[in-house]
Design a protein around this ligand. Structure first.
Ligand code: S3P
Length: 426
């Protein structure tokens, strides 16, 4: 799908966003291995989270959607069944990496793969700890999907993550649920903690001691009624839209504000964004609230170290903001961007070039000068949802209409993106 986007004169109104992608995956997986029914409202409508549901269904869980609520009949810790064929994780790194932790503990062999982009994403990061726990996993060139996972009775391990990755942490903790004893993961820096919070909600025994997280295996999980907060990473596109289009002011209701995810709001506020957070409450251990933002003068900034890791999914749209800011944006320590759904340093660079925007690319980041003029151009998602959405936002500030090729990639995390964008732009 090619999407035409015209320059906007204002972005305004109030919106609600589909459920957080990270939390939806975790609830979907845990509900399937819990006992009894779970009712999950505001589950992400994105294709990635639907891939997780399809995998859980293929493994024997009852999964249906009624009036927008996902109902999952859990099969208990030992109740999953060997799927009839290979599991399809689609475009979803979270599905394949986290679910592998569960598959590694099953008394059967499972194959799991996905689309062309997923087939290039590194899996050694989960294969190493799962092998240490006792599973055997075969992969293409020893590191790429599809994976063939020979499940086994797992032993608990203590594992230090070589890279800060919530997906790998979650994979090991999920595997640890099935092992006799206590599995501990040490993180080099704090990553999103949705798995820890969700495990507790479903009744597992989880201990967090600074950067070390432990789970005790063989706990019986119970089905729950849960509501997924709106996705802050999806909100990021609208926050930046309000900051780069004149006369803008927008309210986003019911957004997830988990402190391991909300570095975005602090960073925007530090750069000068006028942001207000209202009506904060907690749901399923996750903070949730309304975010109001209005057009502000944005100074620019530097993203590095732990902050880069905390904002990794928002970097494409922050690059756009950087070019519109007073002093620009420097991003360092972001080599993980090279192995996301696309090489995002390259795909950001290519779209900048097309819009006549200056950017200096590095192996692990980039530098974007500020005060730049956005030229109308034919842009390309390269099949990457966050690139599709980030450059649709850039197009709002261009000097003429732009086209985004492959814009349908947005539906991987946010199928309603273009409808929502149309509702708030003039
Ligand atoms: C995610 C963790 C991050 C993030 C991804 C979702 C998760 O990846 O980029 O979009 O849900 O745990 P890594 O854990 O690989 O850094």
């Amino acid at each position: 799908m090619h999407q035409k986007i015209s320059p906007a004169t204002s972005v305004s109104g109030a919106i609600q966003l589909p459920g957080d992608k990270s939390i939806s995956h975790r609830y979907g997986m845990l509900a399937a291995i819990a006992e009894g029914e779970s009712k999950i409202s505001n589950y992400s409508t994105g294709a990635d989270c639907q891939s997780t549901l399809a995998c859980m269904r293929a493994l024997g869980a009852g999964v249906e959607t009624k009036d927008g609520v996902v109902l999952i009949q859990g099969r208990g810790l030992d109740g999953l069944q060997q799927p009839a064929g290979a599991l399809d994780a689609g475009n979803s790194g979270s599905t394949i990496r986290m679910l592998s932790g569960i598959l590694a503990a099953q008394p059967f062999v499972t194959s799991i793969g996905g689309d062309e982009s997923l087939s290039k994403r590194p899996m050694a990061r989960i294969m190493t700890p799962l092998a240490e726990m006792g599973a055997r996993i075969d992969a293409q060139e020893n590191r790429f999907p599809p994976l063939t996972i020979h499940g086994a009775r797992l032993h608990p391990i203590e594992y230090t993550l070589p890279v800060a990755s919530a997906q790998v942490k979650s994979c090991v903790l999920l595997a640890g649920l099935f092992a006799d004893g206590r599995t501990t993961v040490h993180e080099p820096m704090r990553t999103r903690d949705h798995t820890e919070l969700a495990l507790r909600e479903f009744g597992a025994d989880v201990d967090v001691d600074r950067l070390s997280i432990s789970v005790t295996g063989r706990a019986r999980l119970q089905g729950r009624e849960l509501r997924v907060p709106g996705d802050l990473s999806s909100a990021a596109f609208f926050l930046v839209a309000a900051l780069i289009v004149p006369d803008s002011s927008i309210t986003i209701h019911g957004v997830g504000l988990n402190p391991t995810r909300s570095a975005l709001l602090d960073f925007l506020a530090e750069m000068g964004a006028q942001i207000k957070i209202l009506d904060v409450s907690s749901s399923g251990g996750e903070l949730i609230g309304d975010v109001m933002i209005r057009k502000s003068r944005i100074q620019g900034g530097v993203l590095e170290k732990a902050r880069t890791a905390a904002l990794i999914d928002e970097i494409p749209v922050l690059a756009v903001l950087g070019a519109a800011s007073e002093e620009g944006l420097i991003v360092r320590d972001a080599s993980e961007l090279r192995i996301k759904e696309t090489d995002r340093i390259a795909t950001i660079g290519e779209n900048f070039k097309r819009m006549g925007l200056a950017i200096q690319l590095h192996q692990d980041g980039f530098e974007v000068p500020g005060k730049q003029q956005f030229r109308a151009a034919e842009l390309d998602s390269f099949g990457d949802h966050r690139i599709a959405m980030a450059f649709s936002i850039a197009a709002l500030a261009a000097d003429g209409p732009c086209t985004v090729l492959g814009a349908d990639a947005a539906s991987v995390s946010f199928p309603e993106f273009f409808d929502t964008l149309q509702r708030v732009t003039e």
